[in-house]
Design a binder for this molecule. Structure first.
Ligand code: DGY
Length: 324
């Protein structure tokens, strides 16, 4: 008998067929308590789950006593209680490599869009406001040769550094848990403490996962250390920034602008003051959202679940200690 798994995200047809060739698949729209209650038997039998953007915590795991693997279609796994999974011997699989270049492209998009006021300018053109040669009230600021500060030098930080160094001749500062030899040798990146990075960067780019350590890492105190001309970019996780403090800093002119792909609450509430600010570019968490990359992430998540349930994990496991 094939193992039973729960799929809580739509997959392209060919990937669904691949998943079904290995497992008995129950497809659900979400993992809400109501859905779990209505599908109690499926959860009771499930050896694997695959999906994204839903909380997987102790309360859910209690309904799935046979679970051996959880596969998320994302690099970030802050929706999962990793300790609870590990305590139950459940492998958590993620997709860390396939989205790197695409998310770095999104970060560069935010850098360019905020500095050059591209969204604001396009909206003014559409509104019929472009009536002659534009003046300083439409101008942006240069990106090339400005200093780019990167918080978190993981794969995505490195891909951003590559773009900034070779494409835009930008000096690069970075802060991370440890020195990154490759970033220093290939892109001339300079390691510095957080305060120095905040004080010297023209763009402060956050490429960090959400953990207890990074939650509200950028608050009022840190924003006050940035240059008034500086731009804050976040394509990591929303709660790394204290959003209330950011709104106040933007209102007070403590910093110049912000480019945000992630927020404390997603979707961003329509009454968020951020949406009123012309110097904020707010994107709907499009970091990895291209057709190619989302397909590759889904394929990776399917392969990860197959590997985890057939005892053949070689990579992409968050808690490999459960495999021993
Ligand atoms: C991830 O994979 O964690 C990204 O946030 C999805 O875009």
């Amino acid at each position: 008998m094939k193992p039973s798994v729960i799929l809580y995200k739509k997959l392209p047809d060919d990937l669904l067929t691949r998943l079904e060739s290995h497992f008995n698949v129950t497809q659900l729209s979400d993992l809400s308590p109501e859905t779990v209650k209505q599908n109690a038997e499926a959860f009771a039998n499930a050896q694997g789950i695959l999906g994204s953007s839903e909380k997987v915590d102790e309360a859910l795991l209690e309904h799935a006593p046979k679970l051996r693997a959880a596969s998320t279609v994302s690099v970030g796994y802050d929706n999962f209680d990793v300790d609870a999974l590990t305590a139950r011997g459940i492998a958590l699989m993620h997709t860390p490599t396939v989205l790197t270049e695409t998310v770095a492209d999104t970060m560069m998009t935010l850098v360019l869009a905020t500095a050059r006021r591209a969204v604001e300018g396009a909206e003014r053109v559409k509104a019929g406001e472009w009536k002659g040669s534009i003046g300083p009230d439409w101008f942006g600021i240069d990106v090339h040769h400005k200093t780019l500060g990167i918080l978190g030098m993981g794969r995505i930080g490195l891909a951003l550094a590559q773009r900034a160094h070779f494409g835009f001749s930008m000096p690069i500062l970075y802060n991370a848990r440890r020195h990154h030899k490759e970033a220093e040798e290939r892109f001339d990146a300079r390691y510095c403490d957080l305060d120095t990075l905040l004080a010297e960067s023209d763009f402060v780019c956050i490429s960090l996962p959400l953990t207890e350590e990074t939650h509200h890492m950028i608050g009022a105190e840190q924003l006050a250390k940035m240059k008034p001309s500086a731009i804050l970019i976040n394509a990591g996780r929303g709660p790394v920034i204290d959003e209330k403090a950011l709104i106040q800093a933007l209102q007070a002119g403590t910093i110049h602008a912000a480019g945000l792909d992630v927020f404390e609450q997603e979707p961003l509430p329509v009454d968020s003051p951020l949406l009123e600010m012309p110097n904020v570019v707010a994107l709907p968490h499009i970091g990895s959202a291209t057709h190619e990359t989302r397909y590759n992430m889904a394929a990776c998540a399917v392969d990860n679940l197959i590997a985890a349930l057939t005892g053949d994990v070689k990579e992409n496991c968050v808690n490999p200690q459960v495999l021993k």
